[in-house]
Write a protein that binds this ligand. Structure first.
Ligand SMILES: Cc1cc2nc3c(=O)[nH]c(=O)nc-3n(C[C@H](O)[C@H](O)[C@H](O)COP(=O)(O)OP(=O)(O)OC[C@H]3O[C@@H](n4cnc5c(N)ncnc54)[C@H](O)[C@@H]3O)c2cc1C
Length: 454
């Protein structure tokens, strides 16, 4: 241990090597409950690419595991420490290095917070679309590590679509550059995409070239109340089948609506079974909202309320962003993240309701409905052993249901520790073996975030 910290300190700034157990304990886990977290030997805060290379060289030489971390808002245990590891926090590599409006790219370090990048490029009439609900705190490095999604993906897609190139420090300290700064480029295997969603198991991202888009007009939203998941699911399908392209299409069930009202006094309608929020940000957003309102009524909406102005729209979207923290206050939570083809959204929601009933637990559901990406949140009392068992069974049943409906066990939160056993079920033996071989190519000693994902 002394050797490890001494060696690390030789290449890092004063104060960048932390061994105080009270401090290191705070860096031992992300925001996923129920995932094992080890005790780190040390937490380091490099400020330059060279310092990250130094950390990886020392770790390779001493065969010590390294767990890269962003803001630790992850929901799969992917950033959790393993015993005796170096926690490699990237939060101090936090500079926006370049914004190039002509080529529509930004070059950033991994510790830049998502919302900070969004606000900075907005001032230049540009946007960086990926917008996880945690955008005020999560980092670009973490977003790349998890392949994060968000609320706008139904129109703009997920993080992988915006990562053009990366600088990555490999396990042995070498610096790899992948991808491009150009609008197009197909030279060689697409290693950039391989790193997106690799959960810190293949290398440490130290710089990213990100695609930007012209800033859209502010979103205008409506809220539609439905008496059932079937009716809400039908409305979602109609909107998409008619060729409309909302910039957001989110669904909250009765449990999450009540929870948000309790936390934020939002005044959302509590008599509804399913509250659909739809927004547009194009030049004809008023007309498009009117068409959606009609489709919602035809699908059985009991009430459709378009926002009167920008402030009201913003409030609706803010209410949606509150859903996870609001549900989190109702008890201990297990947050799932199952995506199904959007045509099967209603089946998924009805199936989750049946699972809740079967196990006698409350499960609140918020969904990125336009993407078929549901977040069923199992709420229970962790002190009650029987409830904890039923919660785990519900969580597993939800993933099994997602696979049965042609979906995936994780739409955006990642595998981490939480879903490692389920990955094998989704991938099958051939794909799993190839993924493990790929891991071996990049990290032959197995020191990078061991025990996560594959
Ligand atoms: C309230 C709330 C709302 C959320 N909403 C969403 C949402 O809408 N959509 C969504 O997708 N997620 C959401 N999340 C989950 C989480 O915010 C995302 O997974 C986010 O991308 C994690 O970023 P982070 O900086 O916190 O990374 P961390 O949690 O610290 O790390 C995540 C993973 O990335 C790896 N990693 C971090 N930095 C690097 C790096 N520089 N190089 C290599 N690997 C790295 C870590 O090892 C880990 O595997 C939400 C979380 C909360 C708490």
């Amino acid at each position: 241990m002394g050797d490890l910290t001494d060696r690390l300190a030789q290449g890092l700034s004063a104060g960048a090597v932390v061994v105080d157990p009270d401090v290191t304990a705070a860096y031992s886990r992300d925001m996923a409950g129920f995932c094992a977290a080890g005790v780190p030997a040390v937490v380091v805060f490099p400020e330059t690419v060279e310092q990250v290379q130094h950390v990886m060289r020392v770790a390779t030489e001493l065969r010590v595991p390294v767990v890269p971390q962003g803001a630790r808002t992850g929901l799969s245990g992917a950033a959790n420490a393993v015993d005796g590891c170096v926690v490699l926090s990237l939060v101090k590599l936090n500079r926006i290095l370049e914004i190039d409006p002509v080529n529509r790219i930004a070059v950033v370090e991994p510790g830049v917070v998502n919302a900070e990048l969004s606000r900075t490029v907005e001032q230049l009439g540009l946007s960086y679309p990926p917008d996880p609900s945690s955008w005020e705190s999560c980092t670009i490095g973490g977003n790349i590590g998890t392949g994060a999604g968000g609320l706008c993906c139904v129109k703009y897609g997920v993080t992988s679509e915006y990562v053009l190139g990366l600088d990555v420090v490999l396990a042995d300290g070498r610096l790899l550059s992948t991808g491009r700064r150009t609008a197009k480029g197909v030279a060689g295997y697409d290693l950039t995409r391989l790193f997106v969603g690799s959960e810190g198991t293949l290398g440490v991202v130290v710089r990213a070239v990100l695609a930007l888009r012209p800033a859209p007009a502010p979103q205008l939203a409506l809220a539609a109340e439905f008496p059932s998941a079937d009716a809400a699911g039908a409305a979602v399908c109609e909107v998409m089948a008619r060729g409309l392209t909302p910039s957001l299409m989110e669904l909250m069930d009765a449990v999450s609506v009540r929870a948000v009202n309790e936390l934020g006094q939002m005044g959302l309608p509590e008599s509804t079974q399913a509250l659909l929020l739809v927004a547009f940000d194009g030049p004809d957003r008023v007309g498009e909202l009117a068409r959606v309102a009609e489709l919602c009524r035809a699908a059985g909406a009991t009430e459709v309320v378009p926002a009167e102005d920008q402030a009201e729209s913003d409030l609706l979207l803010a209410a949606r962003r509150l859903a996870l923290p609001a549900l989190d206050r109702l008890g201990t939570t297990m947050i799932d993240d199952v995506a199904v083809p959007r045509s099967r959204l209603a089946e998924m929601l009805n199936g989750v309701a049946a699972i809740a009933e079967r196990h006698g637990l409350t499960i609140g559901v918020v969904s990125h409905a336009g993407d078929g990406n549901t977040h069923p949140i199992v709420i229970f009392d962790a002190e009650d052993e029987d409830q904890a068992v039923r919660a785990q069974r519900s969580f597993d049943d939800i993933m099994a249901l997602g696979l049965e409906l042609g979906g995936t066990i994780t739409g955006e939160h990642g595998v981490g520790l939480l879903k490692r056993d389920w990955l094998a079920r989704e991938l099958g033996p051939v794909a799993l073996e190839l993924q493990r071989q790929l891991k071996g190519v990049f990290d032959p000693l197995g020191i990078l975030n061991p025990g996560k994902m594959v």
